[in-house]
Design a protein around this ligand. Structure first.
Ligand SMILES: *Cc1c(COP(=O)(O)O)cnc(C)c1O
Ligand SMILES: [Zn+2]
Length: 417
């Protein structure tokens, strides 16, 4: 079943063996997994996939491992929610939420990329798995390492939300808080990986890790009945997810699982950290690094590792990008919860807020199908919502008190949006 053929430079196309390599020694381009698509066509039919377990490994032929999956058997296959009330509030006819806020087991899209990186780490003989994280990646690396019995190091900037730090610590890794930004953490981890020979999910195993993100795109199309949506709005941090959704869409066409026009992919960033949007506006091919300052900490990456691919994918798909302010982000978190009952973190709020801004600008027409990528869970960052929401009404225990309270209320209506 192995049709994974090796690594290839995305820029100069030089081929490399499938090891813990991630940059081309000829041109410094990123290395990507490649596959024998003719062989994939033979085994990966719609019927074959329909019979497989509902997890990310149902697209096994297009994932870069050589043996059997080792973890992630309950990861992926998250809901594609038809968002009727939110669509109505925004005047959109066909709106979907791809909801990775409920991805197993650590409630973010990172539970797609980590199972692939962790499986590959075992195949390559590593006993230590680490990562440079803005929070969610650390949670996922810690959880999958725990389950596999791997030694684990999670490196984070010190200023993360308490819920994100706790979500890693509970699984028992070494959590290392660095006095610096994510970009400083990433630089340190590159040195640590080289010096100690450890696997770092998003650094020296990045070529494998990134491929797991394709499953987000595969699922969107399969869940729409093997149909492409017209628009996808995706948050951008280090730039793993957005280009892999684009790659997933192209691969499905390549292996004959979907046909028709490829979706337009739009990038969402917070106004306080928008290197990719800056580049889309200036016409640059590589984002200029920025210093992040936003409430959306999980996407606060000033120097995105895959920024070049993000720009290429957005431009190549006929997509666009926009920013959202911290206030717009929190308003969108509330709107999503009040219309669809989905509680996302500020990264998800950014994606929805940017979708709203693109609708307002007319960049996305209201009568075309739209998928909004919700990538993380709001319970981890409940601190950011606390002072926006009313305190519970406090009453004694008698019915009389409740009746008095109710008589003083406005007639009950659903919260308008
Ligand atoms: C990691 C992350 C992203 C996107 O990150 P990329 O590095 O661009 O793939 C988006 N949302 C959340 C909640 C994340 O944790
Ligand atoms: Zn190269």
């Amino acid at each position: 079943m192995t049709v994974f053929a090796g690594l290839r430079c995305a820029m100069c196309k030089t081929e490399f063996p499938a090891e813990a390599l991630y940059v081309c020694d000829q041109c410094l381009g990123p290395l990507e997994a490649y596959y024998e698509y003719a062989a994939v066509r033979r085994t990966m039919t719609r019927e074959a996939i329909a019979d497989r377990p509902r997890n990310l490994w149902r697209y096994r032929e297009l994932l870069p491992i050589t043996g059997s999956p080792r973890t992630g058997f309950d990861s992926g296959w998250t809901p594609l929610v038809r968002a009727g009330r939110l669509g109505e509030a925004l005047g959109v006819t066909e709106l979907y939420i791809k909801d990775d806020s409920v991805n197993h087991p650590t409630l973010s899209y990172k539970d797609r990329v980590v199972p692939v990186a962790a499986t590959r780490a075992l195949e390559l003989g590593f006993d230590t798995l680490g990562c440079a994280s803005t929070g969610n990646l650390g949670n996922s690396v810690a959880a999958h390492s725990a389950r596999l019995g791997l030694t684990c190091y999670v490196f984070i900037p010190q200023n993360l939300e308490p819920g994100k730090i706790l979500g890693s610590a509970v699984a028992g890794p070494h959590v290392v808080g660095i006095d610096g930004s994510y970009d400083d953490v990433n630089r340190l981890c590159t040195q640590v990986g080289d010096r100690y020979g450890w696997a770092f999910a998003n650094i020296n195993l990045r070529s494998y890790y990134a491929e797991g993100a394709k499953t987000y795109g595969f699922e969107i199309v399969e869940q729409l009945g093997w149909r492409y949506p017209r628009h996808v709005v995706c948050p951008v941090a280090g730039g793993t997810l957005l280009p892999r959704i684009g790659r997933a869409f192209r691969e499905l066409r390549e292996v004959g699982l979907a046909s028709g026009e490829l979706p337009r992919i739009h990038a969402a960033q917070a106004a306080g950290c928008s290197p990719v949007i800056n580049a889309l506006e200036s016409g640059a091919t590589h984002p200029e690094p920025v210093k992040p300052d936003t409430i959306a900490k999980s996407i606060a990456i000033g120097n995105p590792a895959d920024g070049y691919q993000v720009l290429e994918t957005v431009r190549g798909s006929g997509g666009s990008g926009a920013r959202a302010t911290d206030t717009e982000i929190l308003d969108a978190v509330e709107l999503l919860a009040r219309t669809e009952g989905i509680f996302t973190e500020p990264a998800g709020g950014t994606t929805l807020a940017v979708t709203i801004n693109l609708l307002k600008a007319g960049t996305i027409p209201t009568d075309e199908s739209i998928v909004v990528c919700i990538t993380g869970n709001g319970y981890k960052t409940s601190n950011v919502m606390a002072d926006r929401l009313p305190e519970p009404t406090r009453l004694g225990r008698s019915l009389r008190e409740f009746e008095a309270f109710l008589a003083g209320q406005q007639p009950a209506t659903r919260t308008s949006v």
